[in-house]
Design a protein around this ligand. Structure first.
Ligand SMILES: Nc1nc2c(ncn2[C@@H]2O[C@H](COP(=O)(O)OP(=O)(O)O)[C@@H](O)[C@H]2O)c(=O)[nH]1
Ligand SMILES: [Mg+2]
Length: 179
């Protein structure tokens, strides 16, 4: 079901992915200094929220704790799942280590099957290239049916293109929502 986005509501973007793939570095690149950290209600798990400003618009970015799958084992995974399925962000950035794409892609598919609007962020492209490997981004994008954004969050490479993609996805007149 689709409904009209509330014009005054700030769209929310949730960052998810395995531990150690660069989620927090990405979070800080997107938000800069507008950040608050608080425990997720009823838990001791810390969640950071920040504001991304781009082309005169504001977007709330949420840095979730790491998760390996949508079937939670740890408290962190339970919180990530709750933010994803209960708080229902407008957009999900699934951050993966590009070197380990094959191992991480199943979570992308799980997220999409759960109805989340996903952008796949291929981070650590520097290490992939250093290993003499490459990924055919266009082919991956087509097969997956979701946008794919290659990044090196450490240097900021690809961040502007990702911001543009987030902007394009979330400022369309008619936002897709899951009901
Ligand atoms: N080589 C490389 N290292 C990165 C990149 N992005 C993040 N890192 C490093 O990866 C480690 C984990 O990053 P972090 O943001 O804490 O991961 P998180 O656990 O997913 O939040 C840190 O040491 C970062 O400096 C990248 O694009 N290239
Ligand atoms: Mg982190």
């Amino acid at each position: 079901m689709r409904r009209q986005a509330h014009p005054n509501r700030t769209p929310t973007v949730l960052i998810v992915g395995n531990p150690n793939v660069g989620k927090s570095v990405l979070f800080h690149k997107l938000t800069g200094r507008y950040v608050t950290v608080s425990n997720y209600p009823g838990t001791t798990v810390e969640v950071a929220r920040g504001t991304m400003r781009y082309r005169g618009r504001e977007f709330t970015i949420i840095d979730s704790p790491g998760m390996y799958s949508l079937t939670p084992i740890t408290d962190e995974e339970r919180v990530a799942r709750r933010i994803l399925l209960r708080d229902r962000p407008d957009l999900v950035l699934h951050v993966v280590d590009a070197k380990n794409l094959a191992r991480m892609l199943p979570l992308t598919v799980q997220l999409m099957e759960a109805g989340a609007p996903v952008i796949l962020v291929l981070n650590m492209m520097d290490e992939l290239e250093r290993a003499g490997l490459s990924i055919q981004v266009d082919a991956l994008q087509q097969q997956l049916g979701a946008p794919v954004a290659p990044t090196v969050c450490l240097t900021g490479h690809g961040i502007d293109a990702l911001k543009e993609l987030i902007y394009e996805r979330l400022t369309a007149a008619d936002l897709p929502h899951r009901d």
